[in-house]
Design a protein around this ligand. Sequence first.
Ligand code: FAE
Length: 547
Amino acid sequence: MTPPTAHDPCSRGLSRRAFIAGTGSLCGAVILAGSASAAQRKSSASTAPIADGAHVPVLVIGTGYGGSVAALRLAGAGVDVHMVEMGMAWDTPGPDGKVFANTTRPDLRSFWLRTRTKQPLSHFLGFPLDKDVPRYTGILDAEEFGGITVYQGRGVGGGSLVNGGMAVTPRRENFGAILPSVNADEMYGVHYPRANAGLGVRHVDQGWWEAADCYQYARVGRKHAERSGFPFVFVPNVYDWDYMAQEAAGAVPKSALVGEVLFGNNHGKKSLPKTYLAQAAATGKVSVSPLHKVTSVTPAAGGRYTVVIEQIDTSGDVTATKAVTADKVFFAAGSVGTSKLLTKLKATGALPRLNGEIGSGWGDNGNVMCGRANHMWDATGKLQASMPTAGIDNWQAGGAFAEVAPLPTGIETYASFYLSITKNPHRAAFTWNAAAGKVDLDWQTAWKQPSIDAARTIFDRINAKEGTIYRTDLFGTYKIWGDHLTYHPLGGAVLNKATDNYGRLHGHPNLYVIDGSLIPGNASVNPFVTITALAERNIEQIIATDL
Ligand code: FAE
């Protein structure tokens, strides 16, 4: 199969005017011929590759949660914004009629510039799952550092393209430990509600959930949690629940109900291109350069900045190098992307006045995965919706919040699967490795032990009560814990340390950080609602005082 390439006019950047015209002709015909949903057609971002030598008032690096909030709010304040995104636009179906590959059938669209997949669940029934794929600018990056693999979304929409949509506002009593310098009253009174509204966060209809085949796995999760005395909490999601009900009824093309998630959802999930980025595009003041990667930011005359950008093709090869100037630059490349850029720019003298906090305070949100083997009478269902709806909250007593996660294999596995977010005290630092010309992260795999211990406060007790055991076939032979990865990188340019209390970088005026790198390593729950709410808070202040 051949998904869109850089030579395909529909995946190449188009000017906003050309794009609008195009939807009525070439691109529109291709999209309409495919199975892209109405929501997808509506949401396509306005792409317009930036020209070498251009000047822009605001340049935003990255199109994930932080970047999308910044772009929308700045555009709303009348400012022209250009967003630079290293991944693809993901707005055009491949020959199979789908934009995104299925979770169970990875192809070249699935992984970022790898020749072999690197599945988070590396094994099933003891057999390895990874396979060779052509090298391509796919949607999920499994970025490997010495002691940890960090999974991240690549494309216009960042992590929102690949994540589980689980949209959790942390319990208020935990907020002081998450962002100690931020006023909780303002966050819970204004910014969390604003973020939840902007993201389209909704609870599943519990009556429907109780009877839905696709949530049998979650009901088994609830039964086991409650029988062991743990609070089981419903959490909202950004999936369109009405669409899922129609999927279950067989009325629309299936997405969550055929397990789509890790490599994108073709329907149903309200990822950023359908929410913040669609609104930003509608202002007419925001343009995006996909397949463009920022490599340098340096001071220029008149208080501006020179931003060096490499344009790449779908093989990852550089096809052009551009230098543009910007009055203000927002770093929104995600915790790893922003930290790597700033660490390099400080160490190489490009931004010499950044302070010594750059690169430090990085954590994995305490992520650790495990599966439990249930009895034959506790089937979890061969149909599993890929969007999680609930968690087990043992944060206060045991330092763990466990997402009751799907294992959408299409067959009955008798497995319960969990992604735990735990209180892990370890924090790592990014450093510039001059000899290798790259940025390293000093996280060590052994640092996951406190996370395993915290997760065991839940699952050892459930196993004892149910007479069940851990699965040992999901992460390698006889390996219980998925302790080699994180989905939730946080920190590296921590708020009120590397920046002031609103994300302004110290030492270089008009440079801002506005993504997950501001949060010092742990959010106590899945992080994107907190990243969005913090971005809403910071951009409001920046618009009020810096424009
Ligand atoms: P992010 O969304 O990562 O966006 C950064 C963007 O910058 C990306 O599009 C990059 O490609 C781009 N970029 C990076 N470097 C450059 C550069 N040099 N030049 C140009 N562009 C660049 O950042 N969180 C939840 O709350 N609930 C969930 O259910 C959930 N599930 C997840 C499942 C998976 C498989 C994964 C990987 C993550 C999940 N997350 C979940 C985490 C969540 O997606 C993540 O915290 C946010 O996406 C981070 O948002 P940022 O704005 O910091």
